[in-house]
Write a protein that binds this ligand. Structure first.
Ligand code: RIB
Ligand code: CA
Length: 313
């Protein structure tokens, strides 16, 4: 089975960090062509540094990290320090990165990878606001047709929003970018809150991660322990949802998730619902079926995979 070539577009973010670690722990299945940072959970100045800190935590000083958009296409930037902390990666004390940030802009890198690799061989894995992806498609309208698929974390329907009653953070931050991506014609595999809220960092699962006993496991535990405080209080649950690694876990084992193919569009201009992902489950609009919309997760199977892979680093 050939390795899946992926670009992770990210706004670390403790859950982004676990997605990156899971990918880097899986070199037999995934070839990480590069990591592109975007403003979201924290300003770009933090997310590009955090991306490099995570690669060095994994011992992968060779991974190329690129800085992308420092703000959404139209709206002002909304960050989430109340969830992720002022640095975006509060929890463990990780050393300042020694690996360089690449000179090339993230959008140029994405377009170059799509041009240099055969059509349908590069998968984009955005787990933050979709600004970099949208800018790539705006710059080169033919780029979307060269993408193998876009496996993204974002959106919500039955679960409701986490930034407004209807909008999930990644889409809420840049709904205009999301609209461009969802109308691009690229094959979308979407992990919304409807499914990521099934994947909770419970005490038992956190203890299993800590019991691995390695520096990576300890740092992961400390990241997740910080990260789960906000959601545990908000939702009254044992643990918080571990959103972003669902994308990587699906690439490693699709059987861990189930969804349905349907149309998804983005509300970009509404007093109440800006950033809502409008999911046409029953195809009542007859709009193009553009998305595999994930609705169910084998959460125990997910954490078995995550724990097993973290132990490899
Ligand atoms: O709503 C959850 C998403 O927003 C995750 O990607 C998290 O990292 C934040 O970016
Ligand atoms: Ca994220």
């Amino acid at each position: 089975m050939p390795r899946e070539k992926i670009i992770i577009d990210t706004d670390p973010g403790q859950d982004d960090a676990l997605a990156i670690l899971l990918a880097l722990a899986s070199p037999d299945e995934l070839e990480v062509l590069g990591i592109t940072a975007v403003a979201g959970n924290a300003p770009l100045a933090y997310t590009q540094v955090n991306s490099r800190k995570i690669c060095e935590l994994a011992g992968r000083h060779d991974v190329k990290v690129y800085a992308g958009a420092d703000r959404p296409l139209v709206r002002e930037l909304h960050t989430a320090p109340e969830v992720h902390g002022s640095t975006g990666l509060n929890g463990p004390v990780l050393p300042e990165p020694t690996m360089p940030l690449q000179e090339e802009h993230a959008v140029d890198f994405i377009l170059r990878m799509l041009a240099e690799h055969p059509p349908g061989t590069v998968t984009l894995v955005p787990v933050g606001p979709l600004t970099n992806i949208a800018k790539a498609f705006m710059r080169d309208p033919g780029a979307a047709a060269r993408v193998k698929r876009i496996v993204l974390m974002g959106g919500a329907s039955s679960e409701g929003g986490n930034s407004t009653p209807t909008a999930e953070f990644n889409i809420f931050v840049d709904p205009h970018a999301a609209e461009i991506v969802f109308r691009s014609g690229a094959e979308l595999v979407m992990f919304p809150l409807d499914v990521t809220h099934q994947v909770l960092t419970t005490e038992r699962r956190m203890d299993r991660i800590r019991a691995i006993g390695t520096p990576v496991a300890e740092a992961s535990y400390q990241m997740l322990d910080y990260y789960r405080q906000y959601d545990q209080k908000k939702y009254g649950t044992d643990g918080g949802p571990l959103h972003d690694p669902c994308t990587i876990a699906w690439l490693l084992n699709p059987a861990l998730f189930r969804g349905r193919r349907c149309n998804v569009e983005i509300e970009v201009d509404s007093p109440l619902c800006t950033g809502q992902t409008v999911v046409d489950r029953w195809n009542v609009t007859k709009r193009p079926i553009n998305t595999l919309y994930m609705q169910w997760a084998d959460s125990d199977g997910f954490f078995d995979l995550l724990t097993e892979r973290l132990a490899r680093l």
